[in-house]
Design a protein around this ligand. Structure first.
Ligand code: C5P
Length: 308
């Protein structure tokens, strides 16, 4: 095994689901989805360097909540590639985290997607796009989208992707909570709330796709939807107040991001986003507030480290 360079740094975006249609749970424990993913410029940065032993360091505001062993999805990717590819070996990994942990924004998936690209490049594995996609799907349902970025329709478990045409850039404000929500727990709550109801298979989100083509944030705001929102609010009732406050403070639309508990607010423009950040912070309905724009590209190499 030999690394081709001293280190590689890859940046990967967070996502918000602009609409998230969820069908009835299947035999494999997963729910069929019809969702539109949207990548935003809130990013994690993963750096890998060859090392004699496995190491993982996490920096940034959420560092203390990120595991550094085998349950870290990025480390899982690196160890798996070392097992499967003769050329790859142990790495020292640094994850600079800005994406909230267990926040419904695919933070762990972003690190995993970044690791796929970083390890491939570090050891010159020459993996194909298909290899990347297959490994991504195996690691988690959101990882393939983070590789792709932009705005995409996701079906199946969310891993069957087709790009969606969008016009313009959308400005978002995210209201974060210190406590995370576990994705499997939110899906289980969705099942509990829907017990006895006939849950239909999710439909292609035509209204959302038309809104994204229009480029009009007001139209997009009207098309936001999330079938997991009821379950996320059931597990964390204070989210309803967060949503109501953001709308009263001028957001065009509000939605729980993925399985939550982050709430995403769509704003008319950058100035409105900054005003909303001030209003939400003052109201105390979120533990932290950040802004980001989308769509944003998927996981990308930002630097090849050429000196040790
Ligand atoms: O694939 P991933 O590990 O990201 O999914 C985490 C959990 O979320 C799954 O184990 C499952 O409980 C739930 N999930 C689901 N249906 C999906 C995606 C995720 O039930 N389409």
């Amino acid at each position: 095994m030999a690394a081709k360079q001293p280190g590689v740094t890859v940046r990967a975006p967070a996502k918000v689901n602009l609409c998230l249609g969820v069908g009835p749970v299947q035999g494999d424990g997963y729910h069929p989805l019809a969702t539109v993913f949207h990548a935003v410029d809130l990013t994690d940065t993963v750096t890998v360097r060859p090392s004699k032993r496995w190491e993982c360091t996490v920096t940034g505001p959420y560092a203390d909540r990120v595991p550094t062993g085998g349950s870290n999805l990025a480390m899982r990717v690196a160890q798996r590639l070392a097992d499967e590819c003769f050329e790859a070996g142990p790495v020292s990994m640094t994850i600079d985290k800005s994406i909230p942990v267990a926040g419904g924004m695919a933070g762990g998936s972003a690190d995993a997607a970044a690791a796929i690209i970083a390890i491939d490049q570090l050891f010159d594995l020459q993996l194909t796009k298909l290899d990347h996609q297959e490994l991504a799907t195996d690691i988690g349902a959101d990882v393939p989208f983070i590789l792709a970025g932009g705005t995409a329709l996701g079906t199946g478990r969310g891993d069957q992707l087709a790009p969606v045409l969008t016009t313009g850039r959308y400005e978002w404000v995210f209201a974060l909570q210190d406590d995370g929500l576990s994705t499997p727990a939110v899906y289980a709550e969705f099942d509990r709330l829907n017990k006895g109801r006939k849950v239909p298979l999710p439909q292609a989100p035509e209204e959302m796709i038309a809104a994204l083509r229009s480029g009009d944030p007001r139209e997009l705001a009207g098309a936001l939807s999330n079938d997991l929102q009821e379950a996320a609010i059931s597990l964390m009732p204070k989210l309803q107040k967060t949503i109501d406050t953001g709308l009263a403070e001028g957001a065009l639309g509000a939605i729980v991001s993925g399985s939550g508990p982050t709430v995403a607010f769509l704003c008319a423009d950058r100035a409105a986003a900054l005003d909303l950040m001030v209003g939400l912070t003052a109201s105390g309905v979120a533990d932290d507030v950040v802004s980001a724009g989308g769509p944003h590209p998927g996981a990308r190499v930002v630097s090849n480290i050429r000196t040790v």
